[in-house]
Design a protein around this ligand. Structure first.
Ligand code: TPP
Ligand code: SF4
Ligand code: MG
Length: 336
């Protein structure tokens, strides 16, 4: 018997077969006040484009709420609602349940509607993790939770979150003369947490805005498969990461090509690496040195050669020692 439960059919959102097939219509356009080069805003644009007009978006507090919808102006071309910082999971589940009830009562047309809740890393990997986890245990509601990860509580001035990288300079971990590295924890591995902890979830994926077509197609698969789904997106943040907005796209590519940010989907229990990550795993592409990524960002400007080496060793460990390279951090039993 399959672990996965049949859910009511969702919209038929086929993958875009190339950029030329992507519709011109925008459902997230001008009217926001995000920083120049903000890849989180780029994610919102791709998300809305991939989902299309029959969509409702719920957004938890963070840059993508505050900078997107200040002073009665908004970039959203689909219905949008703000929800509390830790509530992406419960807002999505509540909205999906409300739609179902309204449709059952005949109060609205019975048709598939995309319910998407987004949250930042602070809202999703830390404060709202419990609510997302609870939502992931309800296989009979169709919804997507997308966590945009700028690796800090950016909106409140760049504090450490559970996904902030080792050693990073944030407003809570400023390097000093006596202690250079103030942040010693390693980034939370959120997508595998969702996979391993919620066996009935049919879709979990990681994406990067630098690979836009693939990212949109992941969103479309997540919205089509049925049940609660989860996507984790890494989003370079010029303000928090301290780089020239001009290189935002390049940094996203470097995160993938250095092996820091592996791209994969888990569809009904099957893991599929894709894009450059698949090429790295198959030996067709060599991982770039992590220094290429770190030294382009002011938040790592205090790193010494020793710090870079430490970081590189940790990435090598992910790829050489983990049970599923780059994904599942159980160490292989090399002896037995
Ligand atoms: C319960 C609660 N605690 C604290 C805040 C203050 N606050 C607003 S936005 C934010 C940062 C959220 O970080 P993240 O989810 O990573 O989104 P980002 O700002 O980085 O886009 C914080 C702490 C709040 N709005 N609600
Ligand atoms: S602080 Fe970062 S995430 Fe927030 S709007 Fe600016 S670039 Fe985007
Ligand atoms: Mg954040």
């Amino acid at each position: 018997m399959s672990t996965f439960i049949d859910t009511k059919p969702t919209q038929d959102l086929e993958s875009f077969k190339g950029v030329k097939k992507v519709p011109h219509e925008e459902y997230y356009s001008s009217g926001h006040r995000t920083c120049q080069g903000c890849e989180s805003a780029q994610m919102m644009k791709l998300l809305a484009k991939a989902a299309g007009p029959r969509t409702i978006i719920l957004g938890s507090t963070g840059c993508m709420y505050v900078a997107n919808t200040s002073y009665y102006s908004t970039p959203w071309g689909v219905p949008w609602m703000h929800t509390q910082l830790g509530s992406a999971g419960s807002a999505a589940l509540g909205a999906a349940a409300a739609f179902r009830a309204q449709m059952r009562k005949g109060a609205m047309k019975d048709e598939p509607i995309n319910v998407i809740a987004f949250c930042g890393d602070g809202g999703g990997a830390d404060m709202g993790l419990g609510a997302i986890s609870a939502t992931m245990t309800h296989p009979d509601y169709n919804l997507l939770i997308l966590m945009y990860d700028n690796e800090s509580y950016a909106n409140t001035d760049i504090q450490i979150s559970g996904t902030s990288p080792y050693g990073v300079n944030t407003s809570f971990s400023t390097p000093g003369k006596v202690t250079r590295i103030m942040h010693h924890r390693w980034k939370k591995n959120v997508a595998p947490l969702m996979i391993a902890g919620h066996p009935t979830v049919k879709y979990v994926g990681t994406i990067s805005t630098s690979y836009a077509l693939q990212a949109m197609n992941c969103v479309r698969r997540a919205l089509t498969i049925g049940g609660p789904t989860f996507i984790h997106c890494l989003n370079p943040c010029p303000k928090g990461w301290d780089f020239d907005p001009y290189i935002a796209h390049e940094l996203g590519e470097l995160a993938v090509n250095t092996g820091i940010w592996p791209l994969y989907e888990v569809i009904e229990g099957r893991l599929k690496l894709y894009g450059k990550t698949e090429q790295i795993a198959n030996g067709k592409l060599k991982r770039l040195p992590v220094r290429d990524y770190l030294l382009k960002q002011g938040r790592f400007a205090h790193f010494t050669e020793e710090d870079i080496e430490y970081f590189q060793n940790k990435i090598d460990e992910m790829w050489e020692k983990w049970l599923v390279p780059g994904v599942i951090p159980l160490l292989k039993d090399l002896e037995g």
